[in-house]
Design a protein around this ligand. Structure first.
Ligand SMILES: [Zn+2]
Length: 209
């Protein structure tokens, strides 16, 4: 099996609940539906774990996670396999951290790999393998304070300050659909900025705006 897992394979290996949920509008995508399906999901996940064939165990241990990024402000591009076998690749994370630095101040900060995994899985769900356009990755306290002063859309204690958030769009894929998929993943905060055409993704508390 190649390293790129399709949505079906991801479902089998991770049995993540969001993959079972239909793509619906955010308004209809509310807690009650998730709560009622939770028990069923856990039952299915348990059954799936018992039925995993030997081949699946091998496939999981050889998992590769890849990303392509282009930063809209610096024009820098990166295509990387940042996770292989059973580990994150430090040298690739370093390259990613550099691309996602605060381009205004030059400050580099580690980006939480969980955010990268959200991006990788979201791209798989969208069935795209092109590069994300990055609007904002890490933000230094100085930059965030300046942006917060200028725009009510920038939170004072943004997770961008911790390297746990990213603002992206996926060229060729409607950003509102990307937003719906991200909501369905339930892996953290999701914000939609239609006028600027991007989604904010973070691995903090599950919430949306
Ligand atoms: Zn953001």
């Amino acid at each position: 099996m190649t390293g790129k897992l399709g949505p079906k394979a991801l479902l089998e290996y991770h049995a993540r609940p969001y993959l079972r949920l239909p793509a619906v509008t955010p308004l209809r995508f509310r807690q009650p539906m998730l709560r009622t399906s939770r028990r069923g999901f856990l039952r299915q996940a348990g059954a799936a774990a018992m039925l995993l064939p030997i081949g699946a165990v091998w496939a999981r241990s050889s998992e590769r996670r890849s990303l392509s990024l282009v930063h809209t402000h610096t024009g820098e591009r990166l295509s990387t396999v940042y996770f292989e076998g059973n580990q994150y690749l430090a040298s690739e994370l370093t390259r990613i951290n550099w691309l996602l630095r605060d381009f205004r101040t030059g400050d580099v900060h580690p980006i939480d790999p969980a955010v990268l995994d959200i991006l990788a899985d979201l791209r798989t769900l969208a069935d795209r393998d092109g590069a994300y356009e990055v609007i904002s990755g890490y933000r230094s306290p100085k930059t965030n304070a300046e942006l917060h002063r200028r725009s009510s859309g920038v939170a004072e204690h943004s997770l961008h300050l911790e390297g746990r958030a990213i603002d992206v769009r996926l060229p060729g894929f409607p950003t509102e659909r990307l937003h719906e998929f991200a909501l369905g993943m339930r892996r953290g905060g999701v914000g939609f900025y239609p006028s600027s055409d991007f989604v904010h993704l973070d691995n903090g508390r599950i919430r949306h705006w």
